[in-house]
Design a protein around this ligand. Structure first.
Ligand SMILES: Cc1cc2nc3c(=O)[nH]c(=O)nc-3n(C[C@H](O)[C@H](O)[C@H](O)COP(=O)(O)OP(=O)(O)OC[C@H]3O[C@@H](n4cnc5c(N)ncnc54)[C@H](O)[C@@H]3O)c2cc1C
Ligand code: FES
Length: 505
């Protein structure tokens, strides 16, 4: 996170030759000690801060698309005109700088004043209630205010922590490399200043669509004009004997991550159930904390169903090189205080067990309220449910993929945030359907995997480069059509693939 502030590239206040940048190109330079990105679109030049406000990604290595730039690390999108964070995962703008043409040169002359806040008096809805203070709910609340909505926004969260960076819980935070202050997305004051009523530890017990009202657990009701359901997903708990012992965990919340950390003992042994993204991220993080780690999973090759066998084998090898021991093709039969017995009778000693065996969308409220539900709450292209004035975003939503026409539900941070943002814009009359190309990333030790698109089955895998060199692109193709692109060490290609997939829809 953060990124260094060392100035690189040319001094942009001295100017650079306009002809040295072609249409759609950008360059990172500096003004004083500030890193600044200069980009060209046609005959226009723009300058904005060069460090992404998500984790500090270098925008100079990103992709200029029209009058936006995409971050190479996790695909946030910034306006070159205003510096605004148009699309998650970045939530804050970057600075805007003034640009002047002098003869053949372009100079960055100084920081421009921040773009004035928009004002958009609300006709309808006046009262927006958001159920769920995770990725989607938080992003929706923020975007309503960013777009100038002046009605009431109430964000109800069963969680007792302010909305936080959930992906970090299995990565740097669990590994002990991320300080506490990195984890909240915002401070409580942030919400107060923007007039977002954040009610933590508040669980919604029921929705009454006809009365436009939610009932809170413990009593009390809250009326709404528009409701956003952003209840996410909950982890599947193992069902074998011993699964409810106090040293057996799943990981979804900050409290879960803290509880696991409290059980970590250097030199102790952990068993991870499931060779999924979360399972293997947990394995890497516990290795970083000096635990011995065993992984048990029914799969023959870790993550094969998502990444294909080639990358799956590479991931296995990577983890083995870091000391992880796999028990593949097996499941856990029982767990006691000191060991687990696997389906083939193997006994694995473990004082800590973490299960990462998938999640289920949280749809109980929707179901009880009579909304259409089928592996997620069914929504239209604007993420509107079958009930009037109820939208759904994030892990709980199942929508029609613009590229394949299939109904999909994905469990990605960036998708959830962007869906929340999309609903906010729809409520304010933008009327754009949600058709973003799904994107997720995963991190294991020093390896980052970027995935764009969505493929559940494919008939061809096109590999270019080699995983071992951490320099490769894998395309998952069905009927000659590229459905998804996975990259290691090729961030720009990942961005290009996202743009290509968006154009193909
Ligand atoms: C450990 C971990 C690591 C991950 N890493 C990555 C990653 O690297 N990349 C990636 O793309 N994705 C990652 N994900 C997935 C990503 O975090 C989810 O896709 C995303 O959080 C979904 O957002 P959401 O808003 O739908 O749900 P959530 O973020 O889960 O938020 C749901 C919210 O709803 C609240 N809630 C539920 N029911 C109620 C109720 N009845 N009343 C009030 N509130 C309620 C919950 O308390 C919670 O605050 C990770 C997930 C986990 C758990
Ligand atoms: S660092 Fe830019 S999107 Fe994450």
């Amino acid at each position: 996170m953060g990124g260094d502030t060392q100035a690189i590239g040319p001094d942009l206040s001295e100017g650079i030759e306009a002809g040295s940048l072609s249409d759609g190109q950008s360059i990172e330079g500096h003004v004083g000690k500030e890193a600044v990105l200069l980009a060209r679109k046609g005959e226009e030049f723009f300058a904005i801060g060069a460090k992404c406000t998500h984790y500090g990604g270098p925008l100079g290595e990103g992709l200029v698309v029209g009058d936006t730039v995409r971050c190479p690390w996790h695909h946030a999108c910034f306006s070159l005109r205003t510096g605004e964070a148009l699309r998650a995962p970045a939530l804050n703008p970057v600075d805007r700088w003034n640009v002047e043409r002098r003869g053949t040169k372009v100079h960055v002359t100084g920081r421009a004043p921040p773009t004035p806040a928009r004002k958009r008096p609300s006709a309808k809805p006046q009262r927006v209630v958001i159920v769920g203070g995770g990725a989607a709910g938080n992003a929706a609340a923020e975007m309503l205010r960013q777009e100038g909505f002046d009605g009431s926004v109430t964000l109800l969260s069963a969680d007792t922590s302010v909305p936080y960076d959930r992906p970090n819980l299995s990565k740097d935070y669990l590994a002990g490399n991320a300080p506490e202050e990195w984890i909240p997305l915002r401070s409580p004051e942030f919400y107060a200043e923007r007039g977002i009523e954040l009610r933590l530890g508040t669980r919604v017990a029921a929705i009454a669509p006809a009365r436009h009202e939610v009932t809170l657990e413990g009593g009390g009701t809250l009326p709404y004009d528009t409701l956003l359901l952003a209840t996410g997903a909950s982890p599947v708990k193992p069902s074998n004997p011993g699964a409810d012992l106090p040293h057996v965990f799943t990981l979804r919340t900050l409290a879960d991550s803290r509880a696991i950390i409290a059980r970590v003992r250097q030199g102790g042994r952990a068993l991870v159930i499931g060779a999924s993204f979360i399972g293997l991220e947990v394995a890497a993080s516990l290795r970083a904390r000096g635990m011995e780690v065993h992984v048990v999973a029914p799969d023959a090759i870790p993550m094969e169903r998502v990444l294909g066998p080639e990358l799956g084998r590479f991931i296995r090898k990577l983890h083995e090189e870091h000391g992880v021991v796999f028990h593949l093709g097996r499941t856990v039969q029982s767990i006691d205080a000191t060991e687990a017995i696997l389906s083939d009778g193997t006994k694995v000693q473990a004082e800590l067990v973490v299960a990462g065996i998938g999640v289920r969308p949280v749809v109980d409220l929707a179901q009880a309220a009579g909304l259409e539900v089928d592996n997620g709450v069914l929504v239209d292209a604007h993420l509107r449910s079958s009930a009037p004035d109820i939208f759904v975003a994030g892990d709980a939503a199942r929508w029609q993929d613009a590229r394949t026409g299939e109904r999909i539900r994905v469990e990605h941070w960036v998708v959830a945030e962007r869906q929340g943002q999309s609903v906010a814009r729809t409520l304010l009359g933008a009327g754009e359907p949600f058709d973003d190309v799904p994107f997720f990333w995963s991190a294991h030790y020093d390896l980052a995997i970027n995935y764009v698109g969505h493929a559940t089955k494919w008939d061809e895998t096109r590999i270019d480069g080699t995983p071992e060199a951490r320099d490769c692109r894998v395309q998952l193709v069905s009927g000659g059509k590229v459905l998804a692109v996975i990259t290691l060490g090729r961030d720009r290609q990942s961005l290009e693939a996202e743009v290509a997939l968006a154009r193909a829809s």
